[in-house]
Design a protein around this ligand. Structure first.
Ligand SMILES: [Zn+2]
Length: 144
């Protein structure tokens, strides 16, 4: 990998379902089969009920902005062309206490960004993987 290439995640057997789903433009999270608690990564024990069984479960991909910040500097050459960009913490609709940190992609006005704005999952191909990102949710996004 040269310094001009962005890093590409390498799935492990433990988190392969997460990455496989992203390739299909779906978001799946590890969910406790006892109490329904979602985690982004496979855990040994559920932090809510100490359950030990989990299932990969599809979520809506919808959430709201919990926090955000603009990145104006980077020491990684591969990202130099992207600055300034916005990092966003997303409170997931199904479980707002589960905050996912990604880039905010798509069209937006930084000065108009605010907490609690609705966002939806977006999918960035990179190498042979697909990364989860979020973009502002528009009126065109289908609601179930
Ligand atoms: Zn649990």
């Amino acid at each position: 990998m040269t310094s001009l290439e962005k890093p590409i995640p390498i799935p492990t057997e433990a988190d392969r379902p997460y990455w496989d789903a992203l390739r299909e433009h779906r978001v799946v999270l590890s969910r406790c089969t006892s109490c329904g608690w979602y985690s982004q990564r496979r855990r040994m024990l559920c932090p809510e009920c100490l359950g030990e069984e989990f299932a990969w479960t599809q979520v809506s991909g919808r959430g709201t902005i919990y926090a955000f910040t603009a990145v104006h500097q980077t020491w990684v050459a591969a990202f130099a062309g992207d600055v300034p960009y916005v990092l966003v913490s997303v409170a997931l609709e199904e479980q707002p206490s589960l905050v996912l940190v990604t880039n905010l992609v798509g069209e937006y006005d930084f000065d108009a960004l605010d907490i609690d704005l609705p966002v939806v999952a977006d999918f960035e191909p990179r190498g042979d993987q697909v990364l989860l990102q979020f973009r502002l949710r528009g009126d065109d996004d289908v609601q179930p």
